[in-house]
Design a protein around this ligand. Sequence first.
Ligand code: ISQ
Length: 150
Amino acid sequence: MALTAQQESLIVNSWDMLKNDSADHGLKFFLKIFSAAPAATALFSYLKDSKVPLDQNPKLKTHATIVFVMIGESAIQLRKTGKAMDESDLKHLGAVHFKFGVLHEHFQVAKKALLETIKEGAGELWSPALSNAWGVAYDHLVASIESQIK
Ligand code: ISQ
């Protein structure tokens, strides 16, 4: 299902605010995933030999920021273009997730973590409708990535 105009404006308004703290939200998003699925830390080479705690790892923060911004920008461009992501970016993301054997249930763990992060970050802008709109956009992105994997 595509985004409605109302869902789009909920996303645009909240992203305007959330993107200003992308690094903190991104890190929080990743930490939530790792607390739900500790084995996921093994996917990141830069975490393996690291002695610093996860929440103080600068490489993790940088990577988490990139992923969080990518998800946000994907939601923003969905209504503009009808696509969650450019073909070439999608091919790359499909290949990476295929390589690591990512399954649908992993994406669901990340969805829960993302929606919790947005709830904590959106403050007064948060509503069930906002959460639902982000969920719809996220599902589009995941469906696009999964279409590359299958
Ligand atoms: C894969 N893609 C996005 C975020 C992630 C967080 C933790 C583990 C794997 C991930």
